[in-house]
Design a protein. Structure first.
Length: 316
């Protein structure tokens, strides 16, 4: 209630006026914030729904868009019709972040819905270099959502906010608690890696840079996986081929091999066709091939999200 009016307080923030690129969660309470950002001719980035296919989409209104069109662009429908994905190597630089909250304190401590997507999105932006330690974070809430929050409820991955906008107030929190410094890998589960494919790409990049990217229960999960029998699917025992497409010209076969080892998807044979931006991977059976497709789903290499699927013509 009053979200649209609260969002107009953005226009009075110097940090908003100075921002070129604003990242906003496209929830209903932030709809007017998205509209005002587009109306001010700023670049609007929104997270892809549940981070399934990447991190950001950039809203690109049509040339000469009316206010009515801009209002559509500021909705979930607009994300579908008027946006383009921004890859990991898209060199996005975010000047201001707007998030929703369930509750927030005047000290800038925030509680979300409990799924952790806003915290994870921010951590991923840090990992990508899209935000800095001083990038301001704003939340837009109703006055009744501004409450005292016990500090012991906060953990090191929780995002704090610098400004709270309500229908009646603009609150500068002067929050001293540091924001997340990146993805805290030991809190990431295998389930999260499967739900958020771009996490796999970020983890691969950070491992290549020498960082410890051991995830939650990794060792016990691997031990359990080794004990479990591989399910026998129809076609088991037949060589099954996986097609990998959209490989950038700059990527070498050694980089692909390294990624395949990292994702435990090393094939029996690899047929590299770099000039055609593709490769074919042979696996011992259909179950192993489908496991490789699942592991590599959403993986980005050299700035491109690879296209990974069972090859159309399965070869024996």
């Amino acid at each position: 209630q009053g979200a649209s009016h609260a969002a107009t307080r953005l226009l009075g923030l110097q940090d908003f006026k100075a921002a070129n690129t604003v990242k906003i969660n496209p929830d209903a309470p932030q709809k007017n914030a998205c509209f005002l950002t587009l109306e001010a001719r700023k670049t609007l980035l929104v997270p892809t729904p549940r981070l399934r296919t990447g991190l950001f989409n950039r809203i690109v209104p049509p040339s000469g868009a009316t206010k009515e069109i801009l209002r559509i662009c500021a909705t979930a429908q607009g994300v579908k019709e008027y946006s383009v994905p921004v890859g990991l190597d898209g060199k996005a630089r975010v000047d201001l972040v707007v998030v929703g909250s369930v509750a927030v304190s005047e000290k800038g401590w925030r509680i979300g819905k409990g799924e952790g997507y806003a915290d994870m999105e921010y951590a991923m932006m840090v990992s990508m270099g899209a935000v800095q330690a001083d990038t301001p974070v704003v939340t837009i809430v109703h006055d009744c959502q501004v409450v005292d929050i016990a500090e012991e409820l906060l953990e090191d991955h929780d995002l704090t906010v610098d400004y709270i906008l309500t229908p009646t107030r603009t609150i500068k929190t002067n929050c001293k608690r540091p924001k997340p410094q990146g993805i805290i890998w030991h809190k990431v589960s295998y389930e999260m890696l499967e739900k958020i494919p771009i996490l796999k790409s970020l983890r691969y990049r950070e491992k290549q840079a020498g960082k410890d990217v051991t995830i939650q229960d990794e060792h016990s999960d691997l031990a359990n996986a080794n004990k479990q029998a591989v399910p026998r699917l129809e076609g088991s025992g037949m060589i099954t081929t996986v097609y990998v497409g959209n490989i950038p010209p700059s990527v070498r076969v050694s980089e692909l091999k390294c990624a395949l080892r990292e994702f435990h998807a090393t094939p029996l044979r690899l047929n590299w066709q770099g000039a055609q931006h593709r490769a074919f991977l042979d696996y011992k059976d259909k179950a192993t091939a489908e496991s490789a497709v699942s592991s590599l789903n959403g993986f980005s290499l050299g700035g491109n999200t690879l296209r990974v699927e069972l090859a159309k013509n399965q070869r024996n």
